[in-house]
Design a protein around this ligand. Sequence first.
Ligand code: ADP
Ligand code: MG
Length: 700
Amino acid sequence: MLNLDTPIQQLNRVGKASAQRLKKLGIENVADLLNYYPFRYEDFSQIIPINKLIPGETATIKGRIELLNNRRSFRKRMIITEAFINDDTGQIKAIWFRQPFITKLIKVGDEVFLSGKVEGDLLENYFSNPLYEKVKTEQTHTARIIPLYPLTEGLSQKQIRFLIKSVIPAVSLIEEWLPQEIIKEESLITLREAISQIHFPDNFQTLATARQRLKFDELFLIQLQSQLIKQELKKSQASGLKFHQEKIKRFVANLPFQLTNAQRKASWEIIQDLEKTKPMNRLLEGDVGSGKTIVAVMAALNVILNNKQVALMAPTEILAKQHYQNICKILKDYPINICLLTNSFVEVIGLRSSVIINKKSKTAQKKEIIKMIESGKIDLIIGTQALIQEKINFKSLELVVIDEQHRFGVEQRKTLREKSGNLQTSPHLLSMTATPIPRSLALTLYGDLDLSVLDEMPKDRKKIITKLVAPPNREKAYDFIKNQINLGHQVFVICPLIEESDKLGVKAATTEFEKLQQEIFPQYKIGLVHGKLKAKDKEKIMKDFSENKLNILVATAVVEVGIDIPNATVMIIEGAERFGLASLHQFRGRIGRGPAQSYCLLFTDSWAEKTQERLKALINCNNGFELAEIDLKLRGAGDLYGLQQSGFLNTLKIASLTDFALIKKTKDQAEKLLANNPHLENLPELQEKLNLFLKNIHPE
Ligand code: ADP
Ligand code: MG
């Protein structure tokens, strides 16, 4: 008997190898399979008579196999399976390459469906590698709207479709969690119906209602979450922190540059929040390079001047380390103790008093630092978000800065409060993001947050020159790179994910790396970073690059290259058409950080009008917010203009931020529900769902 938590290994035809592959996709049990939505559908529902087939179109036929055999190809290398299929109107040939087992699965005389693209030459029409399936009472792979899923290497559409089909009966075990009134008022279909239709829709109408229901669910949970935070914030207290005006002014005056007006305004908003006895909950949004760090440091300094502690959390260890190094420099004239505390790195710098650690092992050092944090000896603690999980109790934590995460959930706030050293108050929270979310959108989506926007770049920035390089000019571009490297500069090469199966982009980046190292630039030192490397190896390569020991760094898009390398003046983006505008803009923000002119070269093989339009926008526009708006207008389905990266939006599997009407509806419903039932009493399924949702937002 199937259960929702039945492990996939217990399913028919799932061996160790397939289980491993499915695990890569996050699928470990029946529920995971059911919640693994298709990314696209193919409509094979119309059965076409063989004599009505049109070359170039995709179609499904139903017929009887008249002839079926395997033969070796002309060059004797490959086995070709050939079949002739008849219906009442005619006959058509089908060929399959390298799939000799087909003759074991279907036989002459079988009634089958074939679905696929009709190929044709002057003489005849034929199917090449069509999907095939025996006629049954219910079809899975042909003769219907069939689902296509994101895959991983070694897993085929047919396998995963078969598996999901086989667990569909388990939808009857799914509990409804959305309150009945809401389902009724919004005329939604049941969750069971929706899950079953999202995989194997009867028709496009039922598919649409399934999507509507599932989108509603996602957006509703987000809205409920932000309403709950708001509710909680209304109740909680914070320490009001004094504004040390003279000292902060002096700090600003001693900076090697002038703050932009946007930085001034944001700092002022933050300092005012810190003075209040309600916890701050602010999002600082600003383009890459707009100078968010200094704003956060100023806030941190003010808190530390109040003799309180600050924690800064970055999304990766490398970024945490970079923040540490940067901030130590910025604050070097202040009597402040700062530590870096992550899995791989443990460091402490004592500017306030001696904080010498004489322990040898990293674990012992870590212990000692944690003790110093607990005794209040360390003022500023920098780490990854694992800091929350660490067994640290702060002496008096009053400000938490999170880089590149949009907000904290209720649970995390609770944890922070418990660890802060003062149970009566909650620490102030400042989130920072370089993802430019248009203000209107941010307000609907992050209803619980106040917003400060750095919409102005520091004046001394040279505009990055962005160019689209046509394929014939690739050589010229390489010559240009040689010149730049000979001038002592460095180059980033960003590679896209080429195949679904290459989720981490390892293959694409490795191929590019080898090509560059062996054929194009054998004379230069080239590094490669991708998501499969261990943090330590990644760190080593990034370090080498930042110390100019490498001329070129090849990276996948999924690798955080957020590191500051002022000497890098060129960025090459391969397969530029595969990225959303915001992602492209983010990559580009990695260059142009030093005094020299920087260049971003876009390579693409796609001359589709839409691609050209998007890339032109990138060339002409240097403002992340404007690009986000443009992306919003030109948006292809599913392209959430780069927002996918933020943990929070990972939960949007099907809804999109442009479903404005639905966002509004879910917001209203969440507000109404909490107004009537602030503690979600008698709604245990909803509470459970919400907890699960929170866990998924913050998987660490
Ligand atoms: P981001 O917003 O991407 O986090 P950073 O805070 O890392 O940007 O700032 C990028 C660089 O710009 C840093 O080297 C920083 O010192 C510098 N910077 C910040 N503010 C200004 C300013 N007002 N004028 C000139 N340079 C600035
Ligand atoms: Mg930053």
